[in-house]
Write a protein that binds this ligand. Structure first.
Ligand SMILES: Cc1cc2nc3c(=O)[nH]c(=O)nc-3n(C[C@H](O)[C@H](O)[C@H](O)COP(=O)(O)OP(=O)(O)OC[C@H]3O[C@@H](n4cnc5c(N)ncnc54)[C@H](O)[C@@H]3O)c2cc1C
Ligand code: SF4
Ligand code: SF4
Length: 458
């Protein structure tokens, strides 16, 4: 019978049920190259079966998808990778670890241009200059391209340096994976927890990926917004989405604490370029934390600390660090060679590092941990009986107070209303309409959040 259309692939299960995070791993590894990553009308990347050449009984995409239901999960993958190392420790919240540090890079402008302390950029450059890898895969800003950020492959450390700072923006790996499959060499990759899980799952089945991508550098993750987040923030600044030419997240203002960071929007009007910056305290924090543009998949995610990564970097959202504007990173290390690099870096004064207890690492991500464990259990309970729900390590249960559940419901309503009313083609006007329409729900949500905080310390 040869090739035939099959119904069970990522498009008909993961995308159809709105659990796609847009990592692009499925499209990168598809043996018949029938999947292509495309932006949805809501600004999220999804695979689309463009050629209708999906192979019968292949299922490679589904078995590599971080939201596909299968026996492997972050625990089983990480256990196979790290459990046998001498000195390894484990907690249910963080996964495996050898050591944890807080600090920053002293090298050139790593810290000034980094999201937090610039440790991620320092490490990626180190892996190149020490010739432990030939290439680094990370996310660079893009200008005059179809998106504002892109995954790219670098062999020069200066290019890695120019790709620092977080991209709170959908980026997909499909082209990069195809490049790696076609070009030998040793690669290090940066990624969010779900992206790295997908890569580990794919690597288990594709030897070329397994032998070529040899270091996984994770970023802790609370959520990923769609491209519409940038459009909405630009509209809040009075800038139409169509004239925006470049954006930069995590702008530091040395008069503000580190956690009041900015988003810079560069735009072009009448041939001249200009830019404006909006900070978290100026309304960006509300739009981020209320999850107006959050992918649905993020509400069903249980990995904060990129548990399958060799090292995970995050912000030091801790008293004594968060209020200092320069920025501090936390590194949770699982790979002995990476640990050695950090220790040598500190000895050579390239890094300022201090060991911190694992409990402090957890405290630094307390809010995200609550969402990804306690709140997730409740969400899974509410989702029982739906056509498809991803299997998680957290068991479904009624674990939150009714008031907290009311908060989930209101957040879902706000997200749906923003999708309905915000039109990036008419961004500035529709931003005002959207804010007006969602005001009552937003106000109620704010009250629910405040009462939750007071009564349940959440
Ligand atoms: C969507 C998202 C959500 C996050 N949520 C949290 C959170 O809840 N709590 C927390 O503590 N930290 C979070 N982080 C991580 C945090 O923003 C910093 O990336 C981290 O503190 C490392 O800072 P740094 O100064 O060491 O990194 P830098 O020196 O600035 O280097 C960052 C490196 O990561 C790469 N990169 C940036 N964005 C992406 C991306 N989307 N995918 C893959 N690679 C990327 C860059 O190319 C660069 O190489 C998040 C990051 C992202 C992208
Ligand atoms: S592998 Fe990634 S891009 Fe493909 S369906 Fe799953 S989440 Fe979406
Ligand atoms: S919250 Fe989870 S699903 Fe969402 S981007 Fe982060 S790691 Fe992926």
């Amino acid at each position: 019978m040869g090739e035939q259309m099959v119904s069970d692939n990522v498009c008909s299960i993961i995308v159809k049920n709105d659990f796609c995070i847009g990592c692009g791993v499925c499209a990168g590894i598809c043996p018949s190259q029938t999947l292509k990553m495309m932006l949805s009308p809501f600004g999220e990347f999804n695979p689309v079966d463009v050629h209708g050449k999906c192979l019968a009984n292949c299922h490679l995409c589904l078995t590599s998808c971080p939201f596909g239901n299968r026996d492997e999960n972050e625990d089983t993958i990480a256990s196979a990778l790290f459990a046998q190392q001498a000195g390894i420790k484990h907690t249910r919240e963080t996964g495996y670890y050898l050591s944890s540090y807080v600090g920053f890079s002293n090298v050139d402008d790593h810290r000034a241009n980094g999201s937090s302390g610039g440790l991620a950029t320092w490490l990626l450059e180190k892996l190149l200059t020490e010739q432990r890898v030939d290439h680094v895969i990370c996310v660079r800003p893009a200008e005059n391209e179809d998106t504002f950020f892109k995954f790219d492959i670098f062999t020069a450390s200066l290019d890695v340096r120019n790709a620092s700072r977080s991209s709170y923006y959908p980026n997909q790996l499909s082209e990069v994976i195809q490049y790696v499959l076609n070009h030998s060499g040793r690669y290090a990759v940066t990624g969010l927890p779900c992206y790295l899980k997908a890569l580990r799952l794919a690597s288990a089945k594709i030897p070329k990926l397994r032998t070529r991508i040899i270091y996984y550098v994770g970023l802790a993750c609370g959520q990923l917004p769609s491209t519409r987040f940038v459009d909405y923030m630009a509209a809040k600044l009075g800038i139409e989405a169509s004239v925006v030419c470049r954006v930069q997240f995590r702008v530091k203002d040395y008069k503000r604490p580190a956690n009041d960071y900015g988003l810079m929007v560069e735009y072009q009007r009448m041939g001249a370029k200009d830019q404006k910056t909006i900070y978290r305290s100026e309304g960006m924090g509300r739009i981020w934390s209320y999850g107006y543009f959050k992918h649905n998949a993020c509400s069903y995610c249980d990995d904060v600390f990129a548990e399958v990564a060799d090292v995970v970097l995050m912000d030091a959202w801790l008293q004594g660090y968060a209020e200092k504007s320069e920025g501090f990173s936390i590194a949770l290390i699982r790979h002995s060679e990476i640990e050695k690099l950090f220790i040598e870096g500190a000895a050579a004064s390239e890094l300022s590092l201090q060991e911190i207890p694992i409990e402090a690492v957890m405290v630094s991500q307390r809010g995200v941990l609550t969402r990804k464990r306690t709140d997730l259990a409740d969400r899974l309970n509410l989702a029982k009986g739906r056509a498809y729900v991803p299997q998680k390590r957290v068991a479904p249960s009624k674990r939150v107070p009714l008031l907290t559940r009311l908060g989930f419901w209101l957040a879902d309503i706000m997200r749906a209303q923003v999708r309905r009313h915000f039109d990036p083609g008419d961004a500035v006007r529709s931003f005002r309409v959207t804010e007006r329409k969602i005001f009552p729900v937003c106000l109620l949500y704010r009250i629910v959040v405040a009462v939750n905080k007071r009564l349940f310390s959440r």
